[in-house]
Design a protein around this ligand. Structure first.
Ligand code: ADP
Ligand code: MG
Length: 255
């Protein structure tokens, strides 16, 4: 039933136990939030899931196949994608060309052929752009896009290999609250349409509580709570790591 299984995962940097024996699973069609204060181990966990970092201990399996010991490229080929910030060098390409680039690597073509391949899989690129509401902007240079549209483009690029699991580390960083909600609503739509699983980190509790099916909470590398929005909101350990004792999530974030 679960797609991703993480069991007893650990990673240390020197004497610092960045991720300490965490276990969780994720089902197809599920939007799971990984939250926790700065330095809790969220990015380290993401980096182990996509092969950028190797764990010291524990197992990670996707549909029963181990991801441990595999390179990022192999993990990606197995159906695990992540959103990346669009590199400076690609900002002069059009919106469609950026997606075509992603489709190009999907087919294991060489970057060198790119200059002669501007029509490469254009229809597929446009279909992906339509899914994120960017098809009208397809032929504009990426550098002209509004920030929220860049984030949607990054999502389209991450979808190019039709991932079964999508990892999004702070996808809405730097966005205004209304834009954050739009991006997460779009992510939710893609999850529903494709039955894809998503693991994301996010600082805004409004976004987390509004969109996640389930939430897991890390503090100092340890998983301290797991549950749905209400359980997490009311969880004493969670309130303590975020606010110290006596305060709760009822407080609104400053704008
Ligand atoms: P988060 O994403 O939750 O803010 P991180 O996973 O980035 O947390 O970091 C967890 C801990 O591991 C922190 O104490 C951080 O300083 C440390 N850390 C992360 N990456 C490295 C690294 N490459 N080398 C050494 N320490 C690291
Ligand atoms: Mg981080």
């Amino acid at each position: 039933m679960s797609l991703l299984h993480v069991q007893g995962l650990g990673k240390s940097f020197g004497g610092n136990r960045a991720v300490d024996d965490i276990s969780f699973s994720l089902a197809p069609g599920e939007l799971l939030a990984l939250i926790g204060p700065n330095g809790a181990g969220k990015s380290t966990t993401f980096n182990m899931l996509n092969g950028q970092l190797q764990p010291d201990s524990g197992s990670i399996t996707l549909d029963g196949h181990s991801l441990v010991g595999r390179k990022p490229r192999e993990v990606w080929q197995m159906g695990v994608s992540r959103t990346f910030q669009i590199a400076e060098t690609f900002s002069s390409l059009t919106v469609a060309e950026n997606v075509q680039m992603a489709l190009l690597s999907d087919d294991a073509r060489l970057f060198a052929v790119w200059r002669r391949a501007t029509l490469y899989r254009r229809a597929d690129a446009l279909a992906l752009l339509a899914q994120v509401g960017l098809v009208e902007q397809a032929d504009r240079p990426c550098s002209e896009l509004a920030y929220g549209d860049v984030k949607r483009l990054e999502l389209a690029i991450a979808m190019a290999n039709q991932p079964r699991l999508l990892l999004m580390d702070e996808p809405t960083a730097g966005m205004a609250p209304s834009e954050r909600n739009k991006l997460m609503a779009l992510t939710r739509e893609l999850v529903t349409q494709r039955g894809m699983a998503v693991l994301f980190t996010e600082h805004s509790m409004d976004v987390v509580f509004g969109f996640a099916d389930r939430i897991i909470v890390l503090a100092r590398g340890r998983l301290i709570a797991e549950g749905q929005a209400q359980e997490i909101r009311d969880h004493p350990k969670v309130q303590e790591v975020y606010f110290g004792s006596g305060k709760t999530f009822e407080r609104k974030e400053p704008a």
